[in-house]
Design a protein around this ligand. Structure first.
Ligand code: CAA
Length: 382
């Protein structure tokens, strides 16, 4: 049965998130973009009203919400500022390997502290030599007695510099490549964990991106998630589950850019009339509006498939690639419609263009999404 309407609870969630974005995020977005200061105060308020850790199960103290619910929140928050949303949603990405592979006991142990007071988590897959080729992780985890000893460097880690908990992918058997990876929980306060370079980014400057260095970090054996060798699959399933969220964030950015472009086109007078009266502008707006609508439909579909417990690799990759390409296109065209003003920092649209670029890159570049889509279409897996 198809339904295109949200439930009353989802409408309330949307309204709450929108109000929060309007009142708490938008007024501070330019400040955090300019300074790169981590938006801890805003996230504290989001935490206080249940707009963080929403996908953590209730038995661990989380919101117990669905992926679709989380996408509804993410679109609104990203309409406010996607950099701030990324700091928030990075927690959800980081805890997903735990949701996918941990025992209930491990879930309680690692997830409850995140729900008790504001703290951050980070997903540690990427390395200098393992970006798109995620299976070539060089970080090692060696079993010594009852402990694993981890060594390696993770880079471009969202929340890397502020997290208390990391989900780390490391090789337990280098001879097996991707099939030799395992997943672990590493806590920030352990000896040997340190923060390396903190990145100065083009966009999404409110989010923290850092290197995480692991030097002879000893963790108990039961900090491993799933079996030895399951790490790559856990990472892939995690990314499949998280990509509808990136798509939702992209729709938030695209929608904000479209609204700004429409507002401006209606008030900017040239040749004696608002530029919105020109068919050239109207056709641009129509094309952008079509894509925003289609992107949202794909967000909802990919989230729904995920919530049904079905394999969502294909819809998640389509949603991520289409929605983030749309965000980039809408933001770029919004700058075009603003003309010279659009290029100036004083106006809001150039930030959206810088922010949107990252959506096409992180959680799997859009080239990787196309590779995944092509594989799924040409050689579907059961
Ligand atoms: N679900 C379950 N299992 C999967 C899977 C999926 N979606 N994709 C692959 N697998 C399994 C395969 O079935 C295969 O299993 P067997 O060993 O049993 O045969 C195994 O994993 C290896 O699969 P492939 O041979 O397909 O692997 P590959 O090396 O060709 O790589 C890839 C596949 C899709 C390109 C993968 O490397 C990939 O997704 N790369 C992109 C990585 C990425 O998204 N990084 C983002 C980092 S996180 C980030 O950006 C977050 C942030 O900070 C904001």
């Amino acid at each position: 049965m198809l339904s295109f309407s949200l439930t009353d609870e989802q409408k309330m969630l949307q309204e709450t998130a929108h109000k929060f974005a309007e009142q708490e995020i938008r007024p501070k977005a330019a400040y955090h973009d300019k300074t790169g200061e981590f938006p801890r105060e805003i996230l504290q308020k989001a935490f206080d009203i249940g707009l963080m850790n929403e996908t953590i199960p209730e038995f661990c103290g989380g919101g117990g919400l669905s992926v679709l619910d989380s996408c509804i929140i993410g679109e609104e928050m990203s309409w406010g500022c996607v950099g701030i949303n990324t700091s928030r949603s990075a927690n959800s990405l980081a805890v997903t390997p735990i949701l996918v592979a941990a025992t209930d006991e491990q879930k309680k142990k690692f997830l409850s502290p995140l729900c008790e007071k504001l703290s951050f988590a980070a997903f540690g897959l990427t390395e200098p030599g393992a970006g798109s080729d995620a299976g070539s992780v060089a970080t090692t985890a060696k079993l010594v007695g009852d402990e694993y000893v981890l060594n390696g460097t993770k880079c471009f880690i969202t929340n890397g510099g502020v997290a208390d908990l990391y989900t780390i992918f490391a090789s337990t058997d280098r001879t097996k490549g991707a099939r030799g990876l395992s997943a672990f929980v590493v806590l920030r306060n352990l000896p040997g964990v340190s923060i390396g370079k903190e990145e100065d980014k083009m966009g999404q400057r409110a989010s923290n991106t850092a290197e995480v260095v692991l030097e002879d970090v000893h963790i108990p054996k039961d900090y491993r998630l799933g079996k030895e060798g399951d790490g790559f699959k856990i990472a892939m399933i995690t990314l499949d589950k998280a990509r509808p969220g990136v798509a939702a964030a992209s729709v938030g950015v695209a929608r904000a850019a479209l609204e700004y472009a429409c507002e401006y086109a209606k008030q900017r007078v040239q040749f004696g009339q608002p530029i919105a009266m020109n068919q050239a502008i109207q056709f641009m707006i129509a094309d952008l509006a079509m894509k925003v609508e289609l992107a949202r439909l794909m967000v909802y579909k990919s989230a729904w498939v995920t919530d049904q417990g079905q394999r969502n690799t294909l819809p998640a990759a389509i949603a991520k690639a289409f929605a983030s390409d749309t965000a980039m296109e809408v933001a770029t065209e919004a700058v075009q419609i603003y003309g010279g003003y659009g290029y100036m920092r004083e106006y809001p649209v150039e930030k959206l263009m810088r922010d949107a670029k990252l959506l096409q890159i992180y959680e799997g570049t859009n080239q990787i999404q196309r590779m995944v889509i092509a594989r799924e279409v040409l050689m579907p897996r059961g």
